[in-house]
Design a protein around this ligand. Structure first.
Ligand SMILES: [Zn+2]
Length: 492
């Protein structure tokens, strides 16, 4: 029999400390693609939708894809934007029309009228389709998974990689579980285990460290007949909400006492190893000093500004690292992005080759990462900001920085952009005429995703804390809603 499946992708990771509310325009800036358009753009890339469609083809589904949309991580999603995103999905989900629903969600969306965006989306969906229609969702492992999400979605599968490089594969896994459920072979539900922490101590990174052992145990447990997915979420710490933090999920059937006990052992390990921090967060001065002394025989030194990661809701306009590099006289370097739409617009009023005086960056909140830098710069390039990725995360997918410019100041080429994006693909430099592999020093804003593409060209990687909004020093943030005590705000 042909199953009819309703699909959509809706993503937002909400940094509740950000001053920038997330509105409809923020989703349009990243992408807002309706059905056919979304399929055309995303079916051949590393996306959940591509995985959903792979499974749909294999089993002869009739797929109705409503929309794919994401905004860059930023502040709470406005009610108007949330309603606007949900409406087409709710309208399409007429009772009796579909055998299953398959959604690609992030899992850390916080609207401005409640804490649990995905829970609210699922509640609205269940109100229309009832309890009988199976709902499968995929999540980013930086999800803060609520109890409501686990109650309302039968099937939950999170990515198993950070940097995230398995979106399509996880889309397939969720789709296959949904297929078996629709066929009446299995009857899954999802349970969770959680610990009082803001996040797994290494943000869930899976290139090295204890998460690799946990994932190996999860894979082994998934091999059992009544277990369909085990998801280990690092959580997202920049959300001041009650249900923040790491979770372990088991989507299965049968012996839920055993499933819960297994999930608790993984959660115990996350808790017990909460002091095993893998990154050393150096100061911006130390990073600049390392850069000055660096010999680039094995490839460039990559300096990641962890704290100003636009991929975690950082403003991307922190100037502390750039200032330290300029003060130290670092040369043969590139730096990106500096998110400053005002500066980019002003630069577009001049021509390539001109020298201009500008105030760069630091305009959103100087307490987090430093104030504007007064610079005399040479304009090297001007661009509309469009690029197409070619790395493991966004290969083949278009991206957009908005009006952009490349500036040269002493020995540093600076990519100035309008729309915030973290650096996770070499094309984010190359499309603008900067070849990071040919530089001695590459400074970029990202916590971990940069490793997917930049580890391949790097001779050495260091991570710094510029004091921007995603600083790992959580005691700087005004948490009010997280349950206390919680690690690391309350150390023991
Ligand atoms: Zn993530």
């Amino acid at each position: 029999m042909t199953f009819k499946v309703l699909t959509a992708e809706i993503y937002h990771e909400t940094n509740t400390f950000s001053r920038h509310p997330t509105d409809e325009q923020a989703f349009r800036d990243r992408y807002f693609l309706t059905g056919a358009e979304a399929i055309t753009q995303r079916r051949d890339a590393n996306t959940e939708l591509a995985g959903f469609l792979d499974v749909g083809r294999a089993h002869g589904w009739e797929v109705e894809h409503v929309l794919s949309s994401a905004a860059g991580p930023s502040g709470r999603v406005t009610r108007a934007a949330f309603d606007w995103l949900c409406e087409p999905l709710i309208a399409a989900a007429k009772p009796g029309n579909f055998d299953g629903i398959l959604l690609g969600l992030h899992g850390a969306m916080v609207p401005d009228f409640r804490e649990d965006g995905e829970g609210e989306l699922l509640r609205r969906l269940r109100a229309v389709v009832g309890q009988a229609v199976p709902i499968a969702i995929t999540l980013d492992p930086h999800a803060n998974v609520s109890r409501q999400m686990c109650e309302l979605a039968d099937i939950i599968v999170a990515f198993k990689t950070y940097p995230h490089v398995d979106m399509r594969e996880i889309g397939r896994q969720a789709g296959e579980i949904l297929q078996r459920t629709m066929a009446g072979e299995i009857k899954p539900r999802t349970i969770s285990a959680r610990r009082p922490m803001l996040e797994e101590v290494n943000g869930g990174r899976t290139d090295i460290g204890p998460m690799l052992e946990r994932l190996a145990s999860a894979r082994a447990y998934e091999a059992q007949a009544d277990v369909f997915a085990v998801s280990i979420n690092g959580g997202f710490a920049s959300a001041d909400i009650a249900e923040v933090g790491p979770t372990v999920l088991v989507t299965g059937q049968g012996d839920f006492d055993a499933h819960q006990a297994f999930a608790e052992t993984i959660a115990d390990d996350i808790w017990d190893r909460r002091h095993e921090v893998l990154n050393e967060y150096v100061s911006v001065e130390t990073a600049a000093a390392v850069a000055v002394a660096y010999k680039s025989d094995d490839g460039p030194l990559v300096i990641a500004d962890y704290a100003d990661n636009p991929g975690g809701g950082g403003y991307g306009d922190s100037t502390n690292l750039l200032k330290a590099m300029l003060d130290a006289g670092v040369t043969d370097a590139c730096f990106g992005p500096m998110v400053d739409g005002e500066a980019a617009a002003a630069l577009h009023g001049s021509a390539v080759g001109e020298r201009v005086e500008i105030a760069l960056g630091g305009k959103t909140d100087a307490r987090f990462g430093g104030g504007p830098l007064e610079l005399n710069v040479e304009i090297v390039a001007l661009s509309d900001g469009h690029f197409v990725g070619d790395g493991p995360m966004i290969g083949g997918l278009p991206g957009n920085f908005g009006p952009s410019a490349v500036l040269r100041v002493h020995g540093i080429e600076i990519l100035v952009v309008t729309i915030a994006q973290q650096m996770l693909d070499l094309q984010q430099f190359r499309a603008f005429g900067i070849d990071p592999a040919a530089k001695r020093v590459v400074a970029l804003k990202s916590m971990q995703h940069f490793r997917a593409a930049f580890a391949q060209i790097a001779g050495k990687i260091i991570v710094c804390d510029s004091g921007a909004l995603c600083t790992p020093r959580y005691e700087r943030m005004p948490y009010r809603n997280v349950p206390r005590p919680i690690f690391p705000l309350d150390r023991e």
